[in-house]
Design a protein around this ligand. Structure first.
Ligand code: PLP
Length: 358
C-alpha cells in the first residue's frame, strides 16, 4: 500500500482557471508553472491548462521540460536568460524572455541570431528584485525597438510586492508608476499576480500572471481560497501506521517536546519532513482522520508524526487515511501553524510522495 499521496484534482484546476477569468474578464492568462507547478507536477498541470494563453516558468530547464512533455504554447522565462549561449535555445524552442537588466539587453544586441526573440521589458516599480529602473525605461524601450534581435511588439511587465494586503498603498503606487511609463507606448501590459488579479483590478492590463490561485489557494494575507471561489487542487494524504498507548507524564518524540498530562492514545502517521511536511509545525497543528480533526504532538520527524487521538472514540485503526491538507483542511491553515506561507508547503513536497491525477 502506498503511503504519502498527493491527489491532484484536475477539475478543480480547470475551475480555478475559469475563476481567474471571471476576476479578470478579457485578459490573456500566463499560467505560472514554476517550481514544478508549485509542487503539483509541471507537465501534467500544463497539459490540463488548455485555456491558458501562455505558460510562465522561472528557468530555461523548466521551459525545456514543458517542450519535452509536448507542450506547444508560448512560454515566458520570468528570470530571462543569462548567457549568449542561451539565446539559440530560446529561439529554437520559441521561448519568450524577460529583459530586466543591462547585461541581458547588451547580450541580446550583440549576438547574431537568425530570427528575433519575443521580449517582455520588466520595470522595477517597487519590488526591487528584477527589473530596470523607471529612469532607464525610455532608453531600454528604444534600444529594444531598434534591435533586430527583439520582436517588434515589446510587451511591458512589472511585479507587485504587497498586493496580498488590500490596505497597503504600495500596489496603487506601483500601478501608477507603471502606467506613467507605459501609457505612451502602444504595447501590451502585464502586472498582476494572483493577489493583483483578486484585489487590484486597476492593475490587470492585457495579460495576467496567476500562480497560487490556479492551485486553489488564497494569495491574500488571511483567509482561504474558498472565500475567492477557488477549489484546492492538492489533497495530501497518508496512513496511520501504528496506534500506541501512552501513560501520563511521558515525553513523546525527538527531544521530548510534548508531555502527556494524562494517559492517552497516539496515532503514528507516515508523514514527515522527508515528504515535505513542515518540521516547524506547532503542537496541535491539525490533521483529519475519519472526518475529525486531531492535533499533532511532539516533533515532526523525517518519516513520521504522532497525533493525539485521546480515548480513540472514533476507533481509528492502522491503515486509516490521514489528511494533511486539502479541501477538508486548508493548506493556508497549516502554513499558519508552521509560520510559513502555503507557497512553501506546496513547493516542498518531495519525490517520496506519489502523485495521483484525478
Ligand atoms: N509573476 C512573477 C514574476 C512571479 O515571480 C510570480 C510568483 O512568485 C507570479 C507572477 C505568480 O505569483 P502568485 O503565485 O502569487 O500568483
Amino acid at each position: 500500500m502506498r503511503l504519502a499521496i498527493a491527489e491532484i484534482n484536475l477539475q478543480a484546476l480547470a475551475h480555478n482557471l475559469a475563476q481567474v477569468k471571471r476576476f479578470a474578464p478579457g485578459c490573456k492568462v500566463m499560467a505560472v508553472l514554476k517550481a514544478n507547478a508549485y509542487g503539483h507536477g509541471l507537465v501534467k498541470i500544463a497539459q490540463y491548462l488548455n485555456d491558458a494563453d501562455a505558460f510562465a516558468v522561472a528557468r530555461i530547464d523548466e521551459a525545456l521540460a514543458l517542450r519535452a512533455g509536448g507542450l506547444t504554447k508560448p512560454i515566458v522565462l520570468l528570470e530571462g536568460f543569462f548567457h549568449q549561449d542561451d539565446l539559440p535555445i530560446l529561439l529554437a524552442n520559441n521561448f519568450q524572455t524577460i529583459i530586466h537588466d543591462e547585461n541581458q539587453l547588451a547580450t541580446l544586441e550583440n549576438t547574431s541570431l537568425d530570427a528575433p526573440i519575443a521580449c517582455w521589458l520588466k520595470v522595477n516599480t517597487g519590488m526591487h528584485r528584477l527589473g530596470i529602473a523607471p529612469s532607464q525605461f525610455e532608453s531600454f524601450y528604444s534600444r529594444l525597438k531598434a534591435s533586430q534581435n527583439a520582436r517588434d511588439d515589446i510587451k511591458l511587465m512589472t511585479h507587485f510586492s504587497c498586493a496580498d494586503d488590500i490596505n497597503d498603498e504600495k500596489t496603487a503606487q506601483q500601478i501608477a508608476l507603471f502606467n506613467s511609463l507605459a501609457d505612451g507606448k502602444n504595447e501590451q501590459h502585464c502586472l498582476a499576480n494572483s493577489a493583483g488579479i483578486i484585489a487590484w483590478p486597476k492593475g490587470h492590463g492585457e495579460w495576467i500572471r496567476p500562480g497560487l490561485m490556479l492551485y486553489g489557494v488564497s494569495p491574500m494575507l488571511n483567509g482561504v481560497g474558498q472565500q475567492h471561489g477557488l477549489e484546492p487542487v492538492m489533497r495530501l494524504t497518508t496512513r496511520v501506521i501504528a496506534i500506541r498507548d501512552v501513560d501520563a507524564d511521558q515525553c513523546v518524540g525527538y527531544g521530548g517536546r510534548w508531555h502527556s498530562d494524562k494517559p492517552t492514545k497516539l496515532a503514528v502517521v507516515a508523514m514527515g519532513y522527508g515528504d515535505g511536511y513542515p518540521r516547524h509545525a506547532e503542537q496541535g497543528t491539525p490533521v483529519v482522520i475519519k472526518s475529525q480533526r486531531y492535533g499533532i504532538v511532539g516533533s515532526v520527524a523525517m518519516d513520521m508524526i504522532t497525533v493525539d487521538i485521546g480515548d480513540n472514540r472514533d476507533n481509528i485503526k492502522v491503515g486509516d487515511e490521514v489528511i494533511m491538507w486539502g479541501p477538508e483542511l486548508p493548506v493556508e491553515e497549516i502554513a499558519q501553524c508552521a509560520t510559513t506561507i502555503p507557497y512553501e508547503l506546496l513547493c516542498n513536497i518531495t519525490p517520496r510522495v506519489s502523485y495521483e491525477y484525478q
